[in-house]
Design a protein around this ligand. Structure first.
Ligand SMILES: C[S@@+](CC[C@H](N)C(=O)[O-])C[C@H]1O[C@@H](n2cnc3c(N)ncnc32)[C@H](O)[C@@H]1O
Ligand code: SF4
Ligand code: SF4
Length: 357
């Protein structure tokens, strides 16, 4: 990210600080667009509903290009291509090339990596992707494949992830492994720490949620019934491993948050910066809302500029910031990262001035 984009981000968080403490009516514009390029998928994850029905009438190449042009005019800093499984879109490389040619934006891709062959990866790198989240729900084939609903999913994903990590230095890539913490896999966290250290990538712990629009399902509610004393014990081990692998594991305050998520999904005392930072655009053009609240607009009917300036968008997002919402825990790490109290706690813990308990 260049210095101009970094400055935009600093300004964004300063404005959020002002909004939280002094000017609750201040409207802070989003800087990142989350593009659900398709809501279809090639896996069958137990924690997700993308694959339950086939989504038709998704935005065409031309429509997405038009949306991207409008986003470039908004001077965003980053586009996140996600889904569903974004690599299922035949025009993904074309759309990313188009975005890169229009402006200086960071381009990020979330993927299960099943289709991330070395050839496809090269096309994506040439098109300008420099940041990847690869989902891995266990460090072993049996558990990952059970959660992901496909034989051999682990083998393919890990093969492609290993190749991706060999390109890290040459292209200056940011690579994160996304592990969604749930009942069936939390005990493998210490082994995940060893795996990400071996691959030299960062571990991000996504927290299972049944409130997020793609994940509203009774099965997911059951997966959230994590054994709390067991989770606490595992997180204690992770905090110890953080001392050993500081670069590869989440922060101390992240670990402390995770313990609480499965008892209180809202965590109302922590404002939702995520809902302010991200503009959500779904595969059929629905735009707005946040991870837990559905969009009320469509890019097929109104311009992005008009939607962002509407009183309905502004008012709903003012409520999201204050956590007047269903709560979902999405990107809790961002919600913590900009807060001075988190810096102080992390600093103290890193310097042995705060106990791990
Ligand atoms: C919906 S997927 C889209 C991208 C791609 N298909 C993938 O799996 O990486 C984005 C992330 O959501 C995570 N996820 C799946 N089910 C979830 C749930 N119930 N709660 C929170 N995150 C979940 C996935 O593990 C993945 O890391
Ligand atoms: S989590 Fe990703 S890979 Fe799994 S079904 Fe959902 S979209 Fe597909
Ligand atoms: S925590 Fe609340 S406001 Fe933030 S994304 Fe989730 S549902 Fe939306």
């Amino acid at each position: 990210m260049n210095w101009k984009k970094k400055l935009q981000l600093v300004k964004f968080f300063l404005l959020l600080y002002v909004k939280e403490h002094w000017l609750s009516k201040l409207n802070v514009r989003p800087l990142v667009a989350e593009l659900f390029i398709t809501e279809n998928c090639n896996l069958r994850c137990v924690s997700c509903t993308c694959w339950h029905e086939f989504t038709l009438n998704e935005l065409s190449t031309c429509e997405w290009k038009n949306v991207i042009e409008q986003l470039i005019d908004l001077d965003l800093i980053k586009l996140n291509f996600t889904g569903g499984e974004p690599l299922l879109r035949k025009d993904l490389v074309e759309l990313i090339e188009y975005a890169s040619s229009q402006g200086e934006l960071e381009i990020h891709l979330n993927t299960n990596a099943i289709l991330l062959t070395p050839e496809k990866l090269q096309q994506l790198l040439d098109a300008g992707v420099r940041s990847f989240n690869i989902s891995l729900d266990a460090p072993n084939s049996a558990t990952h494949n059970l959660i992901r609903g496909r034989d051999k999913a682990f083998e393919t994903t890990i093969k492609h992830l290993r190749h991706l990590s060999t390109q890290k230095k040459q292209y200056g890539l940011k690579i994160r492994v996304n592990f969604t913490v749930m009942k069936d896999n939390y005990t493998y966290l210490p082994q995940m720490a060893e795996l990400v250290r071996d691959l030299d990538v960062r571990l991000y712990l996504n927290l299972a949620s049944d409130q997020t629009f793609l994940f509203r399902d009774n099965r997911v509610t059951q997966l959230m019934q994590v054994d709390l004393p067991g989770l606490k014990e595992t997180l204690k081990q992770m905090v110890e491993l953080k001392k050993k692998y500081p670069k590869h594991l989440p922060s101390f305050v992240d670990f402390k948050y995770i313990e609480k998520h499965f008892q209180d999904i809202i965590q109302r005392e922590i404002p939702c910066a995520e809902s302010q930072l991200k503009l959500m655009i779904h595969s059929q053009g629905q735009i707005g809302g946040c991870w837990g609240h559905d969009p009320k607009f469509n890019v097929r009917e109104k311009s992005v500029q008009e939607i962002l300036g509407s009183s309905e968008y502004i008012e709903s997002h003012a409520a999201f910031f204050k956590k007047q919402c269903v709560g979902c825990g999405s990107n809790y790490s961002l919600n913590l990262r900009w807060r001075p109290s988190s810096w102080i706690r992390n600093f103290m813990w890193n310097n042995n001035l705060l106990s791990s308990n």
